[in-house]
Design a protein. Structure first.
Length: 243
C-alpha cells in the first residue's frame, strides 16, 4: 500500500512541474491545485516538498510559485548530453557502416560511465551495449579514456580501489589519443575508444567501437584506431574544441 502511495505522490509532483511546460512562468496555489485536480491542502504538501528540494520556489512578494534552480541545473546537464549525442550521431553511423560493428558513446557520471547512445552491428555474433548501462572507469577502453582525463589525484584514488590499470597506461592513452581493451570487462570482447573534448577542453565523453575479439586481427585494430581518432577529432571540433 505504501509503495502505491509513493508512486502516486511522485506522479502528482511531476504533474505540477508539467504545468510550467505549458508556458506560464508562475502559478498561485489555487491555480496549481486546480491544474492537477487536487485539494489545496494536498497540493501545498507536494509544493513544500518540491520547494525544499529546490525544484520550486515561492515568491514572498506575490506568493506565486516558480520553477527552482535545481531544474535549471538538471536542464543544463541534459542539454549538454543531448548536444554531444546529436553531434556524434552521424559519426557513429559512419563507423557502424564502415566496420559493421557496434559503436556508441559513454558519458562520465561521477566515478562511472553511462552509455547514452549506440548503434549495433548486423552480424550474428556481435557485442551488444545497452543504452543506460553503467560501468566503472577502471576497466574497458572507454573507461580508461575517461579516467585518463580526470584530475590526477582523483584518478589515482580510483586506481587504488581497483588497480587494474596503471598511471603509465593512462599517460599512453593521452599520448596516442585512444585506448584498446581486450576482454577487460567482458570475456571475448575487444573495444577501441577515444576521447571527445568539449568547448572547455575537458573530456566527459568517449566514442567507442566494440566487437568480438575472435574475429579481429592486429591490422584491423590499427585501422579502427585510426578511424576512431578521426571521428573523435571531428566530434570535438563540432563541440567547440580548438584542435
Amino acid at each position: 500500500m505504501a509503495q502505491e502511495y509513493n508512486v502516486r505522490a511522485v506522479d502528482r509532483a511531476l504533474q505540477i512541474l508539467d504545468l510550467f511546460a505549458e508556458g506560464n512562468s508562475s502559478f498561485t496555489l489555487t491555480e496549481i491545485a486546480k491544474g492537477i485536480d487536487l485539494s489545496p491542502s494536498t497540493t501545498l504538501r507536494l509544493l513544500n516538498t518540491l520547494e525544499k528540494r529546490n525544484y520550486i520556489y515561492r515568491s514572498s512578494e506575490n506568493l506565486k510559485y516558480y520553477l527552482g534552480f535545481r531544474l535549471a541545473q538538471i536542464s543544463n546537464v541534459a542539454f549538454r548530453n543531448l548536444d554531444v549525442i546529436r553531434v556524434a550521431r552521424p559519426y557513429l553511423e559512419y563507423l557502424n557502416k564502415l566496420f559493421n560493428e557496434s559503436t556508441g558513446l559513454y558519458i562520465r557520471k561521477g566515478d562511472h560511465r553511462i552509455c547514452v547512445d549506440r548503434i549495433e552491428g548486423t552480424r550474428n555474433l556481435r557485442s551488444v551495449v545497452q543504452i543506460g548501462s553503467r560501468q566503472v572507469l577502471t576497466r574497458g577502453a572507454s573507461g580508461r579514456v575517461l579516467l585518463a582525463y580526470l584530475p590526477e589525484e582523483r584518478a589515482r584514488l580510483l586506481l587504488e580501489n581497483d588497480p587494474f590499470v596503471t598511471v603509465e597506461s593512462l599517460e599512453k592513452v593521452r599520448s596516442q589519443g585512444f585506448a584498446v581493451s581486450r576482454a577487460e570487462r567482458e570475456p571475448g570482447v575487444l573495444s577501441v575508444a577515444a576521447p571527445i573534448f568539449n568547448s572547455r577542453g575537458t573530456v566527459e565523453t568517449a566514442v567507442f567501437v566494440t566487437m568480438p575479439l575472435m574475429r579481429v586481427e592486429e591490422e584491423r585494430i590499427e585501422e579502427i584506431s585510426d578511424e576512431i581518432l578521426k571521428v573523435s577529432r571531428g566530434i570535438s571540433r563540432e563541440m567547440g574544441y580548438c584542435i
